[in-house]
Design a protein around this ligand. Structure first.
Ligand SMILES: [Fe+2]
Length: 134
C-alpha cells in the first residue's frame, strides 16, 4: 500500500488532493504489478504520466500566481521528472513490462516523497501566508 501521509501536507488543499491522487495511482500500479496484469500496466503508467503533467502545471500556476520565489527550482525538478516518466512510458512498449513497472513504481514513489519533503514543503508557509491557508 502506497499512501499519502499527513506529514506530506503542503498546506494547500487542492495540491494535497492532487498528491493523494498520485499516490492512489501508484497504489493501482502496485496492484497491477502484484496481479501481473500486463494489460493495465501501460494504461496506469500513461495515466500517471498525464496526471503528473496536470499536477505540475497546477502547482506551478499557483506558485507563479502568488509570486513564490522558489518557482524556478520547482520547474526545473518537475522538468527532469516529466522527462524521466516519458522515457519510462516509451520503454514500457518493449522489454519486461512487470520488471520495468516495478522499477517505475519505486522511482516514482521515492521521487515523489523526496520532492514533497524537500521542495514542496518549502512553499507551504509562504502559500499559507499568501492565501490564508486551505
Ligand atoms: Fe513540486
Amino acid at each position: 500500500m502506497v499512501s499519502w501521509k499527513e506529514e506530506y501536507s503542503v498546506g494547500v488543499s487542492e495540491l494535497d488532493e492532487q498528491h493523494k491522487s498520485l499516490f492512489g495511482l501508484l497504489d493501482k500500479l502496485s496492484a497491477a504489478i502484484e496481479q501481473k496484469d500486463k494489460l493495465s500496466l501501460g494504461y496506469i503508467v500513461t495515466s500517471l504520466e498525464l496526471y503528473v503533467v496536470f499536477h505540475f502545471t497546477s502547482e506551478e500556476h499557483l506558485l507563479a500566481k502568488y509570486g513564490y520565489p522558489g518557482l524556478a527550482k520547482q520547474e526545473q525538478e518537475h522538468g527532469v521528472f516529466k522527462a524521466r516518466v516519458a522515457r519510462y512510458k516509451a520503454e514500457m512498449s518493449k522489454g519486461d513490462k512487470i520488471a520495468l513497472a516495478g522499477e517505475i513504481r519505486q522511482y516514482l514513489h521515492d521521487w515523489l516523497v523526496g520532492h514533497i519533503i524537500d521542495q514542496d514543503k518549502k512553499y507551504s508557509a509562504f502559500m499559507i501566508e499568501k492565501r490564508g491557508g486551505g
